[in-house]
Design a protein around this ligand. Structure first.
Ligand code: GDP
Ligand code: MG
Length: 669
């Protein structure tokens, strides 16, 4: 027989750290609220009959966000055998708010009092026995991070799993107490039918929770009586129903803490954090400081380390490819197969793999920022600005990552709690100019705008941001009406990131990326190679203008005529760019038969003029992201249809803005 333990606690209370300590696994720990969005399961070390489920962090049992819904549904419908409630001892009052509600669920429970190291270090103390008596729940003081108290905790868990029991403690009083009990009495039969805890249902009814009320199938008579009970209570207590409940819980917590918690001062970490925050979240300095930090990170990632490492890796891949090709040639392998491997698979996959160093380095820095607690501040500072266009502060982090690569950016939207905010962010993130588009900008700018390169480059980036803002406003007015979720993310204390956590994060990203290169990019490269090398009679062509790809490119080139460019090679390169944005450049150089960038410049000048070149550039900034990002958004939206609609929206905006840019340029250039 196996026991299921639900790990429940506030965000950032150390749930994942404890999960890892209990199970010996290596889940990503982040000093950023909301890192755990999906539930993870693992077996307790040396006690394989006990399974722990790591759930998203929640503050209460009122379902406001996706995370809360996941956690509550699990508790009510899957009924774990034991709740392991992790409480951050340095923030005990706020953490106990959830504990009070968990007690109502009448599920056997143990409290792990975490971060005791910080409490002890700052000279504070907690009367664990006293707290245990007041809450009627076993409490084990631990430090998940240092692995202290974990053995005790496992022992208490096994014991409770053998003798599951719940003590009845009454933690409510006053008028509201009476109301809870009368309602509880009234709904006794309904509750038994759905196997929900009675007291939980009674408080939920007072909170007017529609989901619970529907589930209980209350009849009109009951509803009528309930209405009366609540009205009566509100009148006698002199407050409304929600306030009455919250007050009751906080009063109780205050009393308990007065008796059991000795708090001489804030913990050293809290005092240090406040000092750091005076500078980093400063009203005027906050944003400039952040921009400087990001510039530095981008500079180190892309210029200082990324470029040379990328070049090195490219050389290495070219060396390996050449070796393999030579070997195949000496074995007299069919020419078409060699071409498939060399021009299709190797060219495509190694082109993409060469970005691995950049991705790994970027994520190294980003996990430093995240684990130290700084990212949470950034989101907080940006929230005010983003709220104006219908996004929340949390959308900011994915957008920022989007300047590097849309794939991890879209994955990063998991930290957003509401579906609405999340979908909007997934749609807008690709407008941030990703690094794979840089070769395209380089190509067009050196051919047409070399004399004002920096200005052109900045304009391109700004166009992306501008269109994202416009789209946000449009989406907010149409598909995504309503407001972003109130920003309840709390600011965690600054902590020194652990090397282990940062490395885990980096390896996870590298693994994802390499997997992508060998699946999607692998297949897409073969497809493009095929279309580029064969004609409709499936004969291999020497001149790619005779290929299927050229035919298809020509078929759609009229679409781009209003934007000022209608050559089949340009439209073909845009299609090829869907596999990976870099392919726009490589495809154009193949199709124009140019091997040097100078020759390509000359060829481009025949295909485009400055106005249409800028329209082409605008289109490439905005149109649907590469297939990797498309797959990521399909995965995150969990819907192929929505992913397609997203891509159509992005391409539509690209078309409209490229048209506008073309006509503006016709006037001014
Ligand atoms: P979750 O959001 O609840 O999953 O919390 P995490 O496990 O991601 O931890 C949040 C932060 O608290 C991380 O920076 C951890 O290193 C830190 N942390 C976790 N447990 C302890 C502890 O016992 N003591 C101290 N000082 N820090 C801890
Ligand atoms: Mg977590």
């Amino acid at each position: 027989m196996s026991t299921t333990i639900a790990l429940i606690g506030n965000q950032n209370s150390g749930k994942t750290t404890l999960f890892n300590a209990l199970t010996g696994s290596n889940q990503h720990v982040g000093n950023f609220p909301g890192v755990t969005v999906e539930q993870k399961r693992g077996k307790v070390k040396k006690h394989h009959s006990i399974e722990v489920v790591d759930l998203p962090g929640i503050y209460s049992l009122s379902p406001y966000t996706m995370e809360e819904i996941v956690a509550i549904d699990f508790l009510l419908d899957d009924r774990p055998d034991i709740i392991l409630n992790i409480v951050d001892a340095t923030n005990i009052e706020r953490n106990l708010y959830l504990t009070m509600q968990l007690i109502e669920l009448q599920i056997p429970m143990i409290i792990a009092l975490n971060m005791m190291d910080e409490v002890v270090n700052s000279g504070n103390s907690i009367d664990v026995k006293g707290l245990e008596a007041r809450l009627g729940t076993k409490i084990v003081p631990i430090s998940a991070y240092r692995g202290e108290g974990i053995e005790d905790l496992i022992e208490s868990l096994t014991e409770l799993s053998l003798h599951p029991l719940t003590k009845k403690v009454d933690l409510c009083h006053g008028e509201i107490h009476k109301a809870i009990h009368s309602i509880g009495h009234l709904i006794e039969d309904n509750v038994k039918k759905v196997h929900y805890p009675k007291k939980y249902c009674a408080t939920k009814i007072i909170e007017n929770d529609e989901k619970v009320m529907q589930k209980l199938e209350l009849d009109d008579n009951q509803l009528h009586i309930i209405h009366h009970i609540i009205e009566d209570m509100e009148q006698k207590a002199g407050t409304d129903r929600d306030v009455a409940l919250v007050e009751m819980r906080y009063n109780e917590i205050e009393k308990i803490c007065e008796e059991t918690v000795l708090k001489k001062q804030e913990t050293t970490e809290q005092i240090r954090s406040e000092k750091i925050d005076q500078i980093l979240t400063h009203r005027f300095l906050g944003i400039p400081i952040f921009i400087c930090i990001m510039l530095l990170i981008f500079f180190i990632t892309f210029n200082l380390l990324g470029e040379p490492l990328q070049a090195l890796l490219e050389q290495f891949l070219a060396f390996v490819t050449a070796g393999i090709i030579r070997m195949l040639e000496s074995q007299h392998v069919a020419q078409w197969l060699i071409s498939l491997l060399r021009d299709g698979v190797f060219a495509g996959v190694s082109n993409v793999l060469s970005f691995l160093p950049v991705i790994v380095i970027l994520f190294f820095f980003l996990s430093l920022l995240e684990d130290s607690g700084y990212m949470a501040r950034v989101a907080f500072v940006m929230d005010k600005i983003l709220r104006k266009i219908g996004l929340s502060g949390k959308s900011f982090v994915p957008m920022l990552i989007g300047f590097g690569c849309s794939v991890p950016a879209i994955m990063a939207t998991r930290t957003l709690s509401s579906q609405r905010d999340r979908k909007m962010t997934i749609i807008l993130t690709p407008f941030m100019s990703c690094s794979a588009k840089l070769p395209i900008y380089g190509m067009i700018i050196s051919a047409f705008f070399a004399h004002k390169a920096a200005f052109a480059m900045i304009t391109v980036y700004l166009i992306g941001i501008f269109v994202a803002v416009v789209s946000a406003v449009i989406l907010k007015a149409t598909v995504f009406q309503g407001d972003p979720i109130p920003f309840v993310m709390e600011l965690p204390a600054y902590r020194i990131p652990t090397l282990k956590s940062v490395v885990i994060h980096m390896l996870e990203k590298a693994k994802d990326f390499i997997k992508k290169a060998f699946t999607i990019i692998f297949l897409a490269s073969m497809a493009i190679w095929f279309l580029q090398s064969f004609n409709f009679r499936f004969e291999m062509v020497t001149d790619s203008s005779q290929s299927i790809l050229a035919y298809l490119g020509a078929k759609i080139s009229w679409i781009f005529q209003p934007l000022g460019f209608d050559d089949w090679r340009l439209s073909t390169s845009l299609i090829a760019g869907i596999t990976a944005k870099e392919s726009v450049v490589s495809t154009l150089s193949v199709l124009t038969n140019t091997s040097t960038s100078a020759a390509l410049n000359t060829a481009l000048k025949e295909l485009l003029n400055p106005a249409s070149a800028f329209a082409f550039l605008t289109f490439t900034v905005l149109y649907m992201p590469c297939i990797g990002a498309f797959a990521a958004s399909k995965r995150e939206l969990q819907s192929f249809k929505e992913a397609v609609l997203t891509a159509l929206f992005q391409t539509g905006m690209a078309y409209i803005f490229a048209w506008i840019v073309y006509h503006i340029c016709l006037i001014f250039i």
